[in-house]
Design a protein around this ligand. Structure first.
Ligand code: UP6
Length: 257
């Protein structure tokens, strides 16, 4: 049977930002996430201005930026408006609820102020979501759970992955989907986002494992691809981003046809 479209699935999503993301993906014809893993804010802003029109989300690692300031955040938010994308801070929260609440809301980065989406490991149990949603829900934010990882030897598999899916179902007002390599459950209200993607399969020297966009979206049936080095190290990031956008969106179109 034909699969539901992103727009149709938006109606199943219990989080307003999640619904917006489903719609944005179809409007912008993009299920591509840029992982902007550069360490200087100027470089990030330059990159994001170049490829922003091609992506539905820009993913950050705030704690690798050497000159992180509020001014940087404001400029990133301006670019998010200009190019119409969401901001996802890849913080991978993993502590008890009370601590992640502070890590989300306080500290140098004040992630709650600017990140539309954050993510969390499920290793500490549902308290991590309870802590995050305590500050995140009233600000209209959303969260992803890490159900599987792209790296070699990852312990996030089997029963761990299943228990993570159950947690997401319990907290689906705040949890809009997963970081995963596969469609870890058949629930259409969730988004499945896959890192470890580049144009050719392979690996790096530190355990990262890569699949191609069509393996991720067509074969493993996830919804979005997350691409870092293959775009930001490219000579022409705009062209390569467009290549990824087309590959990933066409794979989605094939799946729903
Ligand atoms: N990431 C993974 N694998 C996971 C979860 N997250 O690679 O299972 C993140 C990394 C990096 C990006 O922290 O920011 O996705 C992948 O970057 P790359 O395309 O340069 O390998």
């Amino acid at each position: 049977k034909a699969e539901m479209t992103f727009k149709e699935r938006a109606e199943l999503c219990k989080n307003e930002l999640g619904r917006r993301l489903f719609g944005l993906m179809e409007d912008k014809q993009s299920n591509l996430i840029l992982s902007a893993d550069l360490t200087k804010s100027e470089d990030i802003l330059k990159l994001v201005d170049i490829v922003g029109s091609k992506v539905c989300i820009v993913k950050t690692h705030a704690d690798i930026i050497e000159d992180f300031t509020v001014d940087f955040v404001h400029k990133l938010q301006d670019l998010a408006k200009k190019h119409n994308f969401l901001i996802f801070e890849d913080r991978k929260f993993a502590d008890i609820g009370n601590t992640v609440k502070y890590q989300y809301n306080n500290g140098l980065h004040k992630i709650i102020e600017w990140a539309d989406i954050v993510n969390a490991h499920s290793v500490s149990g549902p308290g991590v979501i309870q802590g995050l949603q305590k500050v995140g829900l009233e600000k209209g934010r959303a969260c992803l759970l890490i159900a599987e990882m792209s790296s070699k030897g990852s312990l996030a598999k089997g029963e761990y992955t299943k228990a993570t899916v159950d947690m997401a179902k319990t907290y689906s007002e705040f949890v809009i989907g997963f970081i995963s390599q596969n469609r870890v459950c058949d629930d259409q209200q969730f988004l499945y986002m896959t890192p470890g993607v580049r144009l050719e399969e392979g690996k790096d020297s530190l355990g990262q494992q890569y699949v191609t966009p069509s393996v991720a979206i067509l074969q493993n049936k996830t919804d979005l691809i997350i691409v870092g080095r293959n775009i930001y190290n490219a000579e022409d990031p705009l062209n390569v981003a467009e290549e990824f956008r087309q590959a990933a969106y066409n794979a989605y179109l094939k799946r729903i046809s």
